[in-house]
Design a protein around this ligand. Sequence first.
Ligand code: UT7
Length: 335
Amino acid sequence: MKSVLASTILGIGHHVPSKVVTNNDLAKLMTTSDEWIVQRSGIKERRYIEHSGIGASDLALPASKMALEHAGITAKDVDAIIFATLSPDHNFPGSGCFLGDKLGLPGVPALDVRNQCSGFLYGLSVADAWVRAGVYEHVLLVGAEVHSTGIELNDRGRDVAVLFGDGAGAAIIGAAKEPGQGLKALEIHADGSGAKELWLEAPASAYDPRLTKEMIDEGKHFPAMNGKQVFRWATEKMPEVARSVMDAAKVTAADIDLFVPHQANLRINQFVGQKLGIPESKTVTNIEKYGNTTAATIPLGLSEAWREGRCKRGSNVLFAAFGSGFTWGAAVITL
Ligand code: UT7
């Protein structure tokens, strides 16, 4: 296969489970309130899987089919899968292998990406390189999470539990068809000095045994976050990296038709939008409906926005994300 000049998003899709969990529902399980959650995060409700047995790859399957249809191709045209998730169906193998099997794709390579809230952008950087180098023609890039089975729905876990929801987004990455289209700039970063500010400590290969009853009693198998510290980093790094990719792509805020930020906190995104000079009318916000779906937020947000007519082929779209790792990144793409 020959190399191509630019890759783009040929199709996009999403899927969320049908079970709606409101802030008032959570207030029955822990000491919290609709007012606290809305004021601090902007979240009103989130989706949870309907029953046990539904993993990240199950949410990814309908999202992937929607993206394939949007791209006008079939599963048989997929040359590689990249699956971004922090909540894989099982510890190993990766969710990409489970998804490939569900799509009926024996032999198609499947790469799992473990970069949390920045996972979609990390995956996009790999998909873009593969497509431009002519390694693969169509890459299925997924971000999917099932958080609801891994959060502590009581007072001890309330600071994290109220923020997260389940969902999936999927994109087909392939060669741009028209001159001027495609990924213009992308940057990804990491700083492991913040690794323990937002992490899930156990089970851990660093401990022998990896998980004990004591660890479970202490809740070490649930995510833990230093919210204020993450907030501080996110509001510094997201505008910084977004500006950097806009400069690299030679676009200004006025050229951006749609801004799709990671959905961790409405206040973070309002701050970032203001710093960049991008109005709320051009910014995708769906955190009120879905909470934080980590690797899924960006493709889920783009998929909804595209179907609502908020972007189309030729639109300039800015992505930006920050999360556990710490990891962060941004991209400018002309659809
Ligand atoms: O996608 C991954 C990246 N994650 C993020 O970007 C998250 C970044 N951080 C944040 O969004 C915010 O820090 C939070 C929304 C997580 C928290 O907001 P905050 O304004 O930083 O609140 P806080 O953690 O300082 O907590 C304030 C108070 C505390 O009580 P005291 O110490 O003031 O008495 C908490 O114990 O609110 C209490 N609190 C709660 N109250 C009701 C913590 N969680 C809850 C809760 N309901 N769920």
